[in-house]
Design a protein around this ligand. Structure first.
Ligand code: SF4
Length: 474
């Protein structure tokens, strides 16, 4: 029987199996059917009950979204995932995609399969030639890959930008101005009796967020969802608003006015208008009373709140409201981070350079400026002559002008083989997946690092292995 991580831990596997609760079980008829559905790299014939033992890995972390749920159970046979639980509409397609066979080649140059050495040589040659290289992505990487980006960027004087610049970047700017009243998700689960979702729809974007942190019982919230009041503030009805106790539908783009009115009402200032942002002021008064009366309130806000030219002021208004609320009760604000490890990218860049995104290292020291050093605007202005994409997931969010320039300059792409973002690359590396093929760390949306375990073997190189091999060639 094959053992989990047997390559890395030849002697200690069964002790770890005891500690972590891994178990091996006889294969079921249903799993045999799933095994037969798995495409095989070579013709191995049909699976039979005698051929396989299925290993069940429990408490596996998923990093498809910022929840980084660490309670998954994944069954593996013949180095393929055959079953995973529980159901999650975001995680399911991802794990399904992992059941396809890995490519035989670790890299290609202009679509021609090559061996790793040739691809590394070519990538190093492109980087040596570049005068203003740019790294972008990092949110599907892991701590090791993000550190390797910093090391290589520091050596070549590059700019590093992450997907935060087209996501919660304005929120980070707001934190720098107004501070952040923060907590872990565990604290929210155990203590919050009021949860507000502002401009987000977690049932769609983070399907298990409510299940794990709102519906679940906590130390001070023994009856789970029954003990919590859930409010949704959004400009449209969503799956989450349908489950909320209170839904305040505000006019699109009126978040700032509504938040500032809530601040005024909290301070006892009279509002003479009957409605603000499409909501009657009496409903806002009731919300303020509910906030003040709560024992512990948490507001989760989505990236939609940042999506305007003054998105940072929207977030700042919310942060200042939460600060004011702390005069009456404990209240926290947390971002709903979408891609799995964008929080890790913020953290690693902060501890390596002092800044979370849009960092330029061309002068030998870090400079931070989201206006000057964000990847999209840099591409639009033609200020980079080589792009190293550490995951191309958010490239489709760039403007047409930025994407058009990206098609004209040298591109090195590092992405897992099952990622297909339709981005042209001169050199493409098919990388191993952190948390599937490599042990790693992912940061949850509340900045709590969660260990990712290896459950499958792969000969593909990881991000950090590729980047460090390129660095050695320079
Ligand atoms: S909610 Fe997010 S982290 Fe949790 S299982 Fe679903 S996709 Fe994975």
């Amino acid at each position: 029987m094959k053992q989990p991580n047997s390559v890395d831990h030849p002697g200690s596997v069964w002790l770890l199996a005891e500690v972590y609760g891994w178990r091996c079980e006889p294969v079921s008829k249903r799993k045999i059917q799933m095994l037969n559905d798995v495409p095989q790299t070579k013709d191995s014939g049909s699976a039979s009950e005698d051929d396989f033992a299925v290993q069940v890995y429990s408490d596996i972390a998923c990093n498809r979204c910022g929840c980084v749920c660490d309670d998954l159970s994944i069954s593996v046979a013949q180095d393929r995932i055959v079953e995973f639980q529980p159901d999650c509409s975001v995680a399911n397609p991802w794990f399904e995609s992992l059941r396809t066979a890995l490519p035989s080649s670790p890299a290609d140059i202009n679509g021609r399969d090559v061996d790793l050495e040739e691809a590394l040589d070519e990538a190093a040659r492109m980087i040596r030639k570049a005068r203003a290289p740019l790294f972008f992505g990092l949110s599907r990487s892991s701590t090791d890959g993000q550190r390797a980006v910093c090391e290589l960027a520091d050596r070549i004087g590059a700019t590093i930008d992450t997907t935060a610049s087209i996501g919660h970047g304005p929120s980070i700017v707001a934190f720098q101005n107004a501070g952040e009243s923060t907590s872990t998700l565990g604290e929210v689960r155990h203590r919050s009796d009021l949860v507000i979702y502002w401009a987000c729809d977690p049932l769609t974007s983070h399907p298990r967020h409510m299940e794990r942190f709102v519906e679940a019982a906590g130390f001070s919230i023994p009856n789970g969802r029954k003990d919590r009041h859930v409010v949704v503030v959004d400009s449209e009805a969503t799956a989450t608003s349908a489950k909320a106790d209170t839904f305040l539908r505000i006019q699109k783009g009126s978040d700032f006015e509504v938040l500032w009115t809530l601040r005024a009402l909290l301070k006892g200032i009279d509002i003479y208008e009957s409605t603000v942002g499409g909501v009657d002021v009496d409903s806002l008064r009731q919300l303020v009373q509910r906030m003040k009366a709560s024992h512990y309130g948490a507001v989760f806000f989505g990236v939609t709140l940042t999506e305007s030219l003054t998105g940072n002021t929207n977030v700042e208004a919310l942060l200042r409201l939460v600060t004011d609320l702390n005069m009456f009760t404990r209240f926290v604000a947390r971002r709903m981070r979408v891609p799995g490890d964008v929080t890790g990218a913020d953290s690693v860049l902060c501890w390596q350079t002092g800044y979370p995104f849009s960092v330029n290292l061309s002068r030998g020291f870090p400079r931070f400026n989201p206006v000057e050093y964000s990847a999209g605007p840099m591409l639009e202005r033609g200020e980079t002559d080589c792009v190293i994409l550490v995951g191309a997931e958010r490239v489709d969010r760039f403007s047409e002008a930025a994407r058009s320039n990206l098609r004209r300059i040298p591109v090195i792409l590092l992405d897992p083989p099952n990622a297909n973002w339709n981005v042209r690359a001169d050199v493409r590396f098919n990388t191993a997946i952190y948390g599937i093929h490599r042990r790693a760390t992912a940061y949850r949306m509340d900045e709590v690092p969660v260990p990712l375990r290896q459950i499958l073997n792969s000969s593909l190189p990881s991000d950090d292995e590729v980047l460090r091999a390129i660095l050695k060639r320079l």
